[in-house]
Design a binder for this molecule. Structure first.
Ligand code: NAD
Length: 290
């Protein structure tokens, strides 16, 4: 019975497909923004272990170099491309530098991000703007920078995909996060538009919306961890007294997720496991907001 079913799947997939491990991304060049810590770091390590050459971007050059050392220590391939992904010229430079290094890019993971919260009536334009820039403009500029490479007929059959990072704040709203929620909803529209426009170039585009993942941006803010971006001082973190956020009673799995668990969804979307998945947004939330 099991063999008959296996034969059916095999004949549907083609003779060689079951001999290939679909969780592997051997030889693929994967660019991840904001990969010096948190979800991006976990994804960089996991994807490198699955055979990818990983381009690690982050604002924090020292931490990015640490991740590269860690990956190389595992016998895998990575290179740091430090810099502010929010700078309007940086996306073009990043794509040019990665292409000069490895000659192709198979996957872009738009992960870099931060919150910069305020109640609606206290939110100044500059604070709204910078959050839109990192979560919407940067991914858009990176895509535009990739367009000539990915539309080149010579790369038609090469696997190509984008993984964007959304949030339950974008799908369901969140107190104090009018900027972040707007941007994280926007990235879903961006994802679906790329999927529609570039499917003909064999490009897949998907998003993953995380719930509460235990990283720096969900731990309480500290005095020592301040991001200095675009002339603004940004303190990542969610205060301890954000009672509704920290209440796990509406999370069926009754705990936050780990960065490593979050990274596995990125692997799924980037890998051949998701070969026929495009234009979607997967929720990785432990069941919160289902
Ligand atoms: N942790 C969660 O619960 C959660 C939930 C939903 C969505 N997200 C999203 O997941 C992504 C990763 O966040 P995380 O939780 O790993 O947080 P994190 O703070 O641990 O990691 C974010 C990384 O992005 C980098 N970064 C920020 N601005 C940058 C810039 N301008 N240029 C380059 N790098 C920059 C930071 O230096 C940091 O290393 C973000 O887009 C975040 O909005 C996280």
């Amino acid at each position: 019975m099991a063999n008959t079913r296996l034969n059916q799947i095999q004949s549907h997939l083609g003779p060689n497909d079951l001999e290939i491990d679909p969780t592997r991304v051997d030889g693929q060049v994967i660019v991840i923004t904001g990969a010096a810590q948190g979800i991006g770091r976990s994804a960089a390590i996991l994807l490198a272990q699955k055979g990818a050459k990983v381009a690690i971007n982050d604002l924090d050059g020292e931490k990015a170099a640490d991740v590269v050392r860690e990956i190389r220590g595992l016998g895998q391939i990575a290179e740091a491309f430090p810099g502010d992904a929010l700078d309007e010229n940086f996306p073009e430079q990043l794509v040019t530098r990665v292409l000069a290094k490895w000659g192709k890019i198979n996957c872009l993971i738009n992960n870099a991000g931060f919150c910069h919260d305020s109640a609606i009536h206290k939110m100044p334009d500059a604070k709204f703007d910078i959050v839109m820039k990192i979560h919407n403009y940067t991914p858009f500029r990176l895509l535009r920078a990739l367009s000539s490479h990915w539309m080149d007929p010579a790369f038609r059959d090469m696997p190509k995909n984008i993984v964007n990072v959304s949030s339950t704040s974008g799908l369901h709203g969140a107190m104090g996060q009018i900027n972040y929620a707007t941007a994280k909803a926007g990235i879903v529209g961006l994802t679906k538009t790329v999927a529609a426009e570039w499917g003909r170039y064999n490009v897949r585009a998907n998003a993953v919306a995380y719930g509460w993942i235990d990283t720096r941006i969900t731990r309480p803010p500290t005095e020592s961890e301040v991001l200095s971006i675009g002339g603004q001082q940004i303190k990542p973190g969610i205060p301890m007294n954000a009672k509704k956020w920290r209440d796990i009673s509406d999370i069926p799995l009754a705990r936050p997720g780990t960065a490593d668990e979050a990274a596995r969804v990125m692997l799924f979307l980037a890998s051949p496991l998701a070969a026929y998945v495009t234009g979607t947004c997967i929720e990785c939330t432990g069941g919160r907001f289902m």
